[in-house]
Design a binder for this molecule. Structure first.
Ligand code: GLN
Length: 334
């Protein structure tokens, strides 16, 4: 099950608005303090450089759609975005080629299998089903237009930087480490090609995917990127329209179904919001029309989701009244 610890935390009703600025500020500080002492979880080491992450590092940031920001702890510490990139590249692909085409090639359903599953491709006649696990994400990256892999990479870099509102940079060490050890993703690329789901060079596309996963972001960046999805594609800091409002709606629906790997159902049940996690310890969670939460803490649960991140997000979903299913606060607050 998820690591949420919401015992006794009040469930506020989803009103369509964030609480007042100073209240949000206070709840963010309390969420951080409450989750900070939790020592559970393991830092990912299947990409060798990731094992060097400081397990104590912990940051939380809430970005509101009006550009207000609330941070606690190490909200500016940089880490590689990893799987969280899948959410934003999905949005870029849909914006470029339309969600029907992405849906035909990739799909929107949860496979219920781990993020690096090969079986999921075989079970579905080569249809990756889920753009938020590696197979679907690699097929999605291949749909971002570009005459060459380098052009596609430029489009991905510019698009993700647009979401963050600043030029993002590659962590060369993480990229080199993953590129040297990603034979499984290369195999997924080849398998997709064999089923006709990838009409570009699989190794070049896996390389673009590996680079997108190696981009450096902070919890602050994740909150701004998420708040862009929360506000119809308009970045709350720069005012840039990064993708269309329809694409944001579609992307958030995909995140609600698939964002936390095989724990996605539990996440929706406990937190009631679309989110996306990554193996380096980040989670972005989006409250449509209101803003987003970015968290960073490297120790992960067995599905690859940050333990402190889950706890802080569950706390904020309740106390800020973000859970989209909470319409009535009479009763037990359980
Ligand atoms: N780059 C990582 C991989 O492909 C991303 C996985 C993740 O964050 N779950 O294995």
């Amino acid at each position: 099950m998820l690591e949420t610890d919401t015992e006794g935390v009040p469930q506020r009703v989803a009103t369509g608005r964030m609480p007042a600025w100073d209240e949000v500020e206070e709840w963010v500080a309390l969420a951080y303090e409450r989750a900070r002492p939790v020592a559970a979880g393991t830092v990912a080491d299947y990409i060798p450089v990731l094992a060097e992450a400081d397990p104590e590092s912990f940051g939380v940031c809430v970005a509101e759609v009006d550009g207000s920001l609330h941070s606690a702890g190490d909200a500016q510490v940089l880490f590689s975005i990893q799987s969280i990139s899948k959410a934003f590249v999905y949005a870029l692909a849909c914006d470029a080629v339309g969600h029907e085409r992405v849906g035909d090639i990739v799909g929107v359903n949860n496979t219920g299998l781990p993020f690096n599953s090969v079986i999921a491709i075989e079970l579905n006649a080569g249809h990756p089903m889920n753009p938020m696990v590696n197979a679907g994400a690699i097929a999605t990256t291949a749909l971002v237009p570009g005459d060459t892999a380098e052009d596609t990479w430029s489009a991905v870099l510019a698009g993700l930087s647009g979401f963050a509102g600043r030029p993002l940079e590659l962590d060369e060490r993480v990229y080199a480490s993953e590129a040297a050890t990603n034979q499984r993703n290369q195999a997924i690329g080849r398998l997709l090609q064999s089923y006709g789901r990838l009409d570009r060079d699989p190794l070049e596309i896996v390389d673009v995917y590996t680079r997108q996963c190696s981009l450096l972001v902070s919890a602050h960046d994740l909150a701004v990127m998420g708040a862009t999805l929360a506000d119809g594609g308009v970045n709350p800091i720069t005012g840039q329209q990064v993708v269309s409002a329809d694409v944001c709606r579609d992307t958030l629906a995909v995140l609600a179904a698939n964002g936390l790997y095989e724990r996605s159902g539990e996440w929706l049940f406990e937190i009631g919001l679309p989110g996306k996690s990554g193996v380096s310890g980040g989670i972005v969670t989006v409250a449509p029309g209101k803003g987003a939460i970015g968290t960073f803490s490297p120790p992960l649960d067995s599905a690859g989701n940050s333990v402190r991140g889950q706890r802080a997000t569950a706390y904020l979903s309740r106390t800020l009244g973000l859970n989209i299913f909470a319409s009535d606060d009479r009763g037990s607050n359980a």
